[in-house]
Design a protein. Structure first.
Length: 173
């Protein structure tokens, strides 16, 4: 093998290996990729990374009022009505009354505790909007950020009516 060079490469477990490379310059010899090895510590780190979601479950119990109704039925009805209008920030498609997420349980407990203390549902709702943003409610208030949500259905109905009108005119001609 004339004009060829042997380039030693370290492999797993201390075993040495290499590659014959023809016409290697000093620059290209260093550009060869090293083989990947999953020896000892790297394999353990990969397994640990795969197992980490299993141990990420919370170990703290839910708040007291998360799954316990209030003693006063009128207060519980008021709390339930408010919880139906608040969106779970984790599930995003369910209200906090229907969600099983830990965040929703904490929010249910917070709503029940505040209603138990005598706060009005409107003030609790306003406090939650101030804390979590307009997204926490299914009925966001009209503001500079939410006006596209309110105007988009009207605009889409107008565009749909215009398309239907133009297609009906073409058929009658």
């Amino acid at each position: 093998m004339r004009n060829s060079h042997f380039i030693p490469l370290p492999l797993a477990g201390g075993v040495r290996g290499g590659v014959f490379f023809s016409g290697a310059s000093a620059r290209s010899r260093h550009a060869l990729p090293r083989p990947l090895s999953l020896a000892g510590g790297e394999l353990f780190a990969a397994l640990l990374l795969c197992a980490s979601p299993a141990v990420a479950q919370p170990v703290t119990p839910p708040a007291h009022y998360a799954n316990v109704q209030l003693a006063d039925p009128t207060k519980e009805a008021s709390a339930r009505a408010l919880m139906e209008t608040l969106r779970c920030l984790v599930c995003q498609g369910q209200s906090i009354a229907d969600s099983d997420a830990d965040m929703a349980a904490d929010m249910r407990a917070l709503v029940r505790e505040r209603i138990e203390r005598g706060e009005k549902p409107a003030s609790i709702r306003d406090w939650l909007i101030a804390r979590y943003g307009d997204y926490v409610t299914y009925d966001p208030p009209l503001s500079g950020l939410t006006w596209p949500l309110w105007l988009a259905p009207i605009l889409l109905l107008g565009v749909g009516g215009w398309i239907a009108r133009s297609s009906f005119r073409r058929r009658t001609r």
